[in-house]
Design a protein. Structure first.
Lengths: 842, 132
């Protein structure tokens, strides 16, 4: 059958180039491998030439695949499953990128593009290391390309083709709609992009994160090249700037993810120890450890083996994190992970391809790796760099151990141990945050102190008196500042007892110490030479990240506490700890006090072309004694509202101050469409005389008089009308007065009419339905609508000093950047000056 | 013995110590019945929403009270009380992982993790709509 209205060309092109990328990277891998192995120079050069060309071809192919996919998404070709699943016509253009990398295929593609770009840079810069380094790169690209193949080999599906047509998807093949040639006429719009991904951070966070992932392979490849070619030291110099680059980019990527979580997710924070976050943090920790042992090696000849180990393990952990997030194994424990696409075996295989040879080489050649047999002095910098790296390793082990709980479950049942010992599945700790925090806080303390102190030690040995002479200034500074904070703005976080609070204070000192130590080092150690201060600047930033994280989370305060309900029940009950009542209902136009603020919900608004609903919240800060308004601002937390299900997917809004953020989001809002039609309240009849009252829920009304010539905007008097108006005075609880005048009239002496009068603010309707002259009474029918009242349920938090955290991140990145520049310059200078000059380490 | 080796031994000891204390934190997946036996302790319960019984969230009365019914793996149905706002898209959740404890006949939970239907399923739903 020939299908109508399909655009098959971009998909066919895309799939062709995906296969070309696979073949070209296969050729590149084999050729680079031969270029390493073959001794004959001429043959080696021709292998190298072939390898380079194939790598360039695979790079071009990968970029073409990316362009084809983007073309399909931007033209809304919904015959492709990828476009149908992740986009819709009303999706703003910038989010087409988010939808491109929202699925696994797109994220592999992004990773693969970065690998290609980095690979091409290394072809040009890595000189005699090119062949072995690029063998690793090409192999990585081969595996990446295999993820996008989507072909069956021996009954096993290899990769997943992003250009699959909707009608070819296995779940759709039997559907009758795809038996029609003109099925495209029935598919008008796509499924749309998950609303939490429609955020500008999701446009830039994945590219930076994946550049970080991709750059982690460089230290791995250099170390592997060194072991493989038995050139154990030649790779150390060129790898240093790349290691800094990887640390900076992966760190930026992770913190951008944190910023996204802070700005668009509702869990009220930037870090939740979610397995997906942890999985990318762990390789960063081990790479930072590797960076520091590398420095120790460069200056003293110690710790080369540990450097190689850290570089290997970091990339393996990157692959492990990709396995965790993409295999679906985290399903029960993480909010962010992908669902299983049947690629678990392939992901596991890709991990082993890099793990087994590298660890094997490290073990087999451990004796050949040069080391320094002299024992490190306790007063040497390298000794403490090494200790610090091991502390980072402990942090990595702890995080990995808990994050891998689903993997332990799988392993235990696969090996039969579970059946043997009759074990249950292990579940993550019920209080995950505290589980991590209580261990990581000690690690942060040790790291903070080491960061402060170690710079004041010299490599090899520190002269007596030097250390004590330099260290007392920052120590005194840190003690003073810690005491100042304890005095002026004490932390009173006692949810986990006095022990944890003590730890918080020690960490407060440690993080301030890190800042003070590195700050003073710039002057006392480097004599104020900022050019060389990259490391110190980065360490100041790191100390600020620790400080900002500590203060913002331990002093974070929920101000939207529902105190009314607390008094009713629960506040003093056992549950109260888990029952913080953090959401509060705000009726429209009613001012509610939250912390220092008085908050009013004044309505919601939508705009054409913007799918979001904005909730308008007025904040006022009043002087406590005079009641005078000190400050006014408006926040617009927004939400995607699915009218059909009244499902709300809300984004917070924050008021940023230098010292704190007021963070607000809407957790629920009424379904207005439904409420409007659901008004089924009945009228209630009352028979009354003049002077009688009728009570209703919000007050009462008095029949003042019957008026012979009534006036009402809904009633136009005609000549033969006989009309009577009931003059009503309405009193409410708040002493407001309103007047109502329903009218009863007889037209043309035969038809009876009743003109209703309503009081909108009270949802009150009154009809004058009968006159009973005999009893001198009239009948009024009163309806009080259930009262659709507009409201929102919201949550508001104050994050104090969160800017210290963000500023710290930026300073760390700047500092690392300074180091990269400084190290690259130094390498170049050395290379230019003389190649004969013996490096310190040999 | 070299200092480095001593440090390594210390690190290994600390790592083991940390892991041992961590395992104590680990929770287990339970059913309502087994959670009731150990009333007052926190557990994870995996279950499916009971769509036949109404979920209840009335923010005008109490913005922090949401209740619904869940079948656990054994098929036992219990009322679940969550002290917080109703999570977004809760109706769509295919299965839920509840963290909390039994309290009488009710399960009081402090955390809900929803497993929303995979996109794979979504595809089917929409395609069947288009057939009409």
């Amino acid at each position: 059958m020939k299908f109508e209205g399909e655009h098959l060309l971009p998909g066919q092109l895309g799939h062709f180039f995906a296969i070309l990328a696979f073949v070209a990277s296969l050729v590149a891998t084999i050729s680079y491998y031969n270029a390493v192995k073959v001794k004959e120079p001429l043959v080696r050069d021709s292998w190298k030439k072939l390898a380079r060309w194939s790598f360039v071809i695979q790079s071009a192919a990968v970029i073409t695949v990316f362009s084809c996919l983007f073309y399909i998404l931007s033209n809304h070709y919904f015959e492709y499953k990828y476009a149908w699943r992740n986009t819709s016509r009303d999706l703003p253009t910038q989010y087409l990128f988010s939808s491109l990398w929202s699925d696994q295929e797109g994220s592999f593609l992004l990773w693969s593009i970065w690998n290609s770009i980095l690979g091409i840079i290394l072809i040009r810069t890595s000189k005699n290391l090119e062949a072995p380094v690029m063998t690793v790169f090409s192999l990585a690209q081969l595996i990446m390309a295999s993820m996008l193949l989507g072909i069956f080999v021996l009954g096993y599906k290899v990769g997943s083709n992003p250009f699959m047509l909707l009608r070819h998807a296995p779940e759709n093949q039997a559907a009758p709609i795809f038996q029609e040639a003109n099925y495209m006429q029935h598919i008008h719009d796509g499924n749309g992009l998950n609303v939490t991904l429609q955020n500008y951070w999701m446009v830039i966070h994945p590219p930076v994160l994946f550049l970080g992932f991709a750059s982690m392979i460089i230290p791995f490849a250099f170390a592997f090249a060194g072991l493989w070619t038995r050139d154990y030291t030649g790779w150390v110099k060129p790898v240093l700037p790349w290691t800094l680059f990887a640390v900076a980019l992966l760190g930026t990527g992770i913190m951008m993810g944190a910023a996204w979580a802070y700005e668009s997710l509702n869990f009220g924070g930037y870090w939740a120890w979610d397995p997906v976050e942890n999985a990318s943090l762990v390789p960063w920790l081990t790479m930072v450890a590797g960076l520091h042992t590398l420095l120790a090696y460069k200056h003293t000849g110690h710790a080369l083996k540990s450097t190689v180990f850290f570089f290997f393990i970091s990339y393996v952990l990157i692959l492990y994190s990709s396995f965790l997030t993409k295999s679906g194994v985290l399903g029960d424990t993480s909010v962010h992970s992908f669902t299983d696409m049947g690629m678990t075996a392939q992901l596991l295989f890709s991990m082993l391809v890099f793990t087994v040879p590298s660890i094997f080489l490290l073990i087999a050649r451990r004796k050949e790796i040069p080391g320094n047999n002299k024992e490190e002095s306790t007063y040497s910098r390298e000794f403490w760099l090494f200790v610090g790296s091991l502390i980072l390793l402990i942090a990595a082990i702890q995080i990995t151990f808990t994050t891998s709980i689903p993997v332990w479950n799988k392993l235990l049942s696969l090996t039969g141990l579970k059946g043997l010992f009759k074990m249950d599945d292990i579940a993550p700790p019920s209080d995950v945050m505290f589980h991590y925090n209580k261990i990581q806080i000690w690690i942060a303390i040790v790291l903070g102190v080491l960061t402060a102190v170690v710079q004041f030690l010299k490599y090899k040995d520190t002269p007596k008196g030097f250390f004590t002479r330099k260290i007392w200034v920052p120590t005194a500074l840190a003690i003073v500042f810690t005491a100042l904070i304890a005095w002026k703005g004490p932390i009173t976080y006692d949810n986990y007892g006095a022990g944890f609070l003590t730890a918080i204070y020690i960490m407060l000192f440690a993080s301030i110490y890190a800042i003070a130590g590195n700050f003073t080092y710039i002057f006392s150690g480097l004599k104020g030479k900022l050019k060389n201060a990259g490391a110190s600047v980065a360490h100041i930033g790191f100390g600020m990240v620790l400080l900002g994280a500590l203060i913002s989370s331990s002093k974070m305060e929920v101000i939207s506490i529902d105190r009314m309900k607390m008094l009713n029940d629960g506040f003093f009950r056992k549950e109260s700890k888990q029952n913080p009542r953090e959401n509060i209902m705000l009726p429209k136009d009613v001012q509610v006090q939250m912390g220092d603020y008085h908050v009013t919900y004044v309505g919601d608004s939508t705009a054409t072309g913007d799918p979001k609903t904005y909730y308008v919240m007025h904040y006022e800060r009043k002087d406590k004694t005079t009641g005078e308004v000190k400050e006014r601002f408006t926040l617009y937390p927004d939400a995607f509202v699915n009218r059909k299900e009244n499902a709300l997917s809300s984004n917070p809004a924050s008021k940023h101050y230098f010292t704190r953020d007021i963070f607000t989001y809407v957790s629920a809002a009424p379904n207005k469409a439904e409420a409007a039609t659901a008004d089924t309240t009945a009228y209630v009849a009352h028979e009354i005389k003049v002077g009688d009252s009728i009570f209703f829920s919000k007050g009462f009304m008095v029949l003042k008089a019957l008026e012979p010539a009534p006036k009402n905007k809904n009633y136009i008097a005609e000549k033969n009308d006989l009309a009577v108006g009931a003059k009503l005075e309405v009193h409410t609880q708040t002493d407001d007065h309103f007047n109502l005048q329903p009218i009863y009239f007889i037209r043309d002496s035969s038809y009876q009419y009743s003109v209703e009068d309503t009081l909108a603010p009270l949802n009150l309707s009154v009809r004058f339905t009968k006159i009973m002259p005999a009893e001198n009474k009239i009948e009024l029918k009163v309806k009080e609508a259930a009262g659709f009242s507009d409201y929102v349920v919201m949550k508001a938090l104050v994050f104090p000093y969160i800017n210290v955290l963000w500023l710290g991140v930026i300073i760390t990145i700047v500092g690392t950047g300074m180091s990269i520049v400084q190290r690259t310059r130094r390498t170049e200078k050395n290379a230019n000056a003389s190649t004969k000059k013996t490096p310190v380490n040999i | 013995m070299k200092k480095t080796n001593i440090i390594l031994l210390v690190v290994i000891a600390v790592a083991i110590g940390v892991i041992v204390t961590m395992v104590g934190d680990f929770s287990t997946y339970e059913t309502f019945a087994t959670a009731r036996e150990k009333e007052g302790k926190e557990f994870h319960v995996i279950g499916k929403l009971d769509t036949l019984q109404a979920m209840h969230y009335d923010p005008i009365k109490d913005a922090n009270l949401f209740s619904f019914y869940v079948h656990d793996k054994t098929g036992e149905t219990r009322k679940v009380v969550f002290y917080g706002a109703k999570p977004t898209d809760f109706e769509k959740a295919e299965s839920v992982v509840l963290t909390g404890k039994m309290n009488g006949n009710e399960f009081h939970c402090s955390k809900i993790l929803m497993k929303c239907p995979s996109k794979y399923k979504d595809d089917q739903v929409v395609v069947s709509n288009k057939q009409l």
